[in-house]
Design a protein around this ligand. Structure first.
Ligand code: P6P
Length: 339
């Protein structure tokens, strides 16, 4: 069992071991963790808190906003705007960036997040979560703009998610491996429950929305067909399938016991590379997966190398157990070697 230390002590020990972790970044992560505690509390109230159901509005993605989407977004904004560690924030729920008001000191960092991922599961009591990514602000100019957020995922300085499930678990990386913290509700604090998380290189479990099969590209169909052929097919082993339709929950299962998660391009929206958003879903999750020994691509290219062109840009996602992700990449390259 990992030594049950607090998130604060873990971060301070990380600072002692890795001098590149400034106090401002530690403070930022502690504030985000406290905000996630507040979101967890609201989520756990459910119908008793009057927080279920639709907010009667749409977000920039054209998706119906749930009341909890907006509550979670407001909690993160209010928790982070005054501390002096951030210059600006961006969110799935906001069309433009949110620059820290002039009445507060501006900090070094940019925070981008999906405040409540998987919100279609809120009303049916299935795990959902908050995903966040931390970037450094650009010093070339004083005023922060949306362009300052358009950094490849390889430039993240911290990333994590908090899954609101049977436990509330915060999963975090600062580039020195992945650590997991479970919320101790009696103390009201996150306690380290696992560190140096490692994803098995192989798996027998795949996660994809099978109802989209007819829309996929050939390499994805080839990979899934072989999984479905099981021990009688070229893979020589049987596979199991999971799809929670909550990326945080599916990724948490994979980072905990291995597996492959796929949300590939499909022909329903041929001009969109995929459904999931690059800056606040794919990038933080891809860094966590890589830090745990897995791999994450868009089918052809490492996701963390993708240069974003817009704040809410989408991307195809194939992530998880390294050998499986590399197989999917090989199938794409065999299908279109020139691309
Ligand atoms: P589908 C949730 O809306 C989300 O963005 C991810 O969390 C999840 O993996 C995916 O969409 C589910 O998509 O098309 O299966 O409902």
């Amino acid at each position: 069992m990992t030594k049950p230390i607090s998130l604060t002590r873990y971060l301070i020990e990380q600072q002692r071991q890795y001098q590149h972790i400034p106090d401002q970044l530690r403070l930022l992560l502690e504030v985000v963790a406290r905000a996630c505690k507040g979101i967890s509390h609201a989520v756990n109230k459910g119908a008793l808190g009057g927080v279920l159901g639709s907010a009667g509005s749409e977000n920039v993605q054209g998706e119906v906003q749930k009341k909890l989407d907006i509550i979670a977004n407001d909690v993160l904004i209010e928790a982070n705007e005054w501390g002096g560690h951030l210059a600006a924030m961006a969110s799935e729920e906001m069309e433009d960036i949110y620059t820290v008001p002039k009445r507060y000191p501006q900090g070094e960092y940019l925070l981008v997040f999906d405040p409540l991922d998987g919100s279609s599961n809120i009303d049916v009591n299935v795990s959902i979560g908050t995903i966040f990514s931390v970037l450094q602000k650009n010093h070339d100019h004083a005023e922060v703009t949306a362009d300052d957020f358009l950094q490849p995922g390889s430039r993240q300085v911290a990333a994590g998610y908090c899954v609101y499930g049977p436990q509330t678990t915060l999963v975090l990386t600062l580039g020195n491996g992945v650590a997991m913290f479970t919320l101790d509700r009696e103390q009201g604090s996150f306690v380290l429950t696992q560190e140096n998380v490692q994803i098995p290189e192989d798996t027998k479990e795949f996660a994809i929305n099978m109802s989209n099969y007819r829309h996929w590209d050939e390499p994805v169909k080839r990979y899934i067909d072989e999984c479905l052929q099981g021990a009688q097919g070229p893979r020589g082993k049987n596979f199991n399938m999971r799809w929670i339709a909550s990326m945080v929950a599916d990724v948490h299962r994979i980072i905990t016991r291995g597996g492959i998660f796929m949300y590939p391009w499909d022909q329903r929206e041929p001009n969109k590379p995929g459904k999931l958003r690059l800056l606040y879903e794919a990038n933080p999750m891809s860094w966590l997966i890589e830090q745990a020994g897995g791999a994450a691509t868009n089918g052809r290219q490492r996701i963390l190398d993708v240069q974003p062109q817009s704040l809410h840009e989408r991307v195809s996602v194939v992530l998880g157990s390294r050998n499986e992700v590399e197989r999917v990449t090989r199938y794409h390259l065999e299908a279109t070697p020139t691309e």
